[in-house]
Design a binder for this molecule. Sequence first.
Ligand SMILES: Cc1cc2nc3c(=O)[nH]c(=O)nc-3n(C[C@H](O)[C@H](O)[C@H](O)COP(=O)(O)OP(=O)(O)OC[C@H]3O[C@@H](n4cnc5c(N)ncnc54)[C@H](O)[C@@H]3O)c2cc1C
Length: 447
Amino acid sequence: MNLEFQFTHEADVVVCGAGTAGSIAAIAAANEGKTVALIEQFGTVGGSSTLGLVTPLMRTGVENNPMCSYVAQDVNARLVEYGGASGDGSAFDPHMLSLVLEELLMRDEIKVFYHTFICDVSRKGDSIKGIVVQNKSGRGIISGKVYIDATGDGDVSYLAGAEFESGDEETGKNQPVSLRYMLGGIDMKKFREFLAKYGHVSENISTAVTIPNRNWPLYSVFMEAVENGDLEEDDAVYWQIFGVPGRKDTLAFNCPEFFDTTDAVDYKDLTYVQLHGKKAILRQLRFYKKYLQGFEDAYISDIATMVGVRESRRIVTEYFLKAEDILAHRKFADGIAQSNYPIDIHGRNLRLESNKGNRALDDSRPFYEIPYRSLVVKGIDNLLVAGRCIGADFVAQSSLRIIPTCRAMGEACGIAAAMAIDNNIKSAQVDGSKVREHMIKKGAEFA
Ligand SMILES: Cc1cc2nc3c(=O)[nH]c(=O)nc-3n(C[C@H](O)[C@H](O)[C@H](O)COP(=O)(O)OP(=O)(O)OC[C@H]3O[C@@H](n4cnc5c(N)ncnc54)[C@H](O)[C@@H]3O)c2cc1C
């Protein structure tokens, strides 16, 4: 036992953060026959897609919605089988997702370190030697051959001294954050009829309704409540609801949203959002009960453990993906994910644009790809990054941050880590086109 540490552990691949990308990365690496350690600050897998209550999977906008991940396809299929998702698995129950992911982590004998916070990185020259963690047992070091930073905020890359960017290039501000919640006890039939009276007809309440286009039918109801002092103006800027498969009386809410306290790696802002977010949720619940029909018996069934962070550190990688790449539908030989999800920058004025760019509208393959090189952290030989913190500019990141794309990145990292180990090479020397080929060989659907 190293005297400096109360515990140590060694694995081939060390995945940091068991969230959207990290969970898939760990499973993909284990499926390649590698021993895997997975480190997570909370006591549940899935990150934003479970503890952040983010549901559903946004559609990528690519024809037939390919997942670009055989692991994600398996997860979705299991979710549908267990009644925790519908359709192709896109609409899902966050709690059921964590059960499915944990089932796979245990099946693959992944060594999970829950309730364990990554607080430092041991680096020698251009390589990482270990991840320093803290938990109830004390301080530990978890070492591996290849490391995957899937912390969302790029904590490991940052602690290892990698370069990064953060926030809007013009204002320096991160994207707005939200604290999501779910309500149960809703009379859906009554609420649907109420919505219809205001001109919103939708059999499936999964339809997103957002206010920034001021023509949204319930806008007048929200503004009346603002005038009466029952809501605050920001409550009426962004409001979105989704049905949750398997929960007939439940809606998941993509709000309240915070537009000013947005420094996603500042504990003061995160604390503010937790405290004021809950206050806003109570205010919104009272509003529903008073102004909307169908919410008479509604109750708060869940509040996100994690603040919903859309964007924070973006790590400088071998290829830094730019808005132009997204807009021009650029393809890469080492493209490991495909998407045409729009540019989606939140704010009091939502910027939601399709990615038509300067391409002809009859483009026969209207989507962009993310190259493997955008996952290879510059200057560190054995570190890959997956999820919303990969190398991309502010605008490009606003499109690639959705769950399906983050999962594909995780899978690519897990496979690439195994290739680096098998060939005794640096992550930058792994041929990304081979990673893509391997994903497809394993069953990942690409367009
Ligand atoms: C409010 C909101 C709504 C959204 N809506 C949608 C939507 O409807 N559909 C969609 O597809 N996408 C949506 N997104 C985007 C999507 O959810 C995220 O971009 C994506 O889930 C991020 O995945 P990730 O793996 O990068 O990070 P996460 O899933 O957040 O995973 C990071 C993990 O690392 C852990 N971690 C972080 N730091 C440490 C540390 N120091 N030590 C130990 N563990 C650590 C975290 O606890 C977490 O489990 C939304 C995002 C937000 C914020």
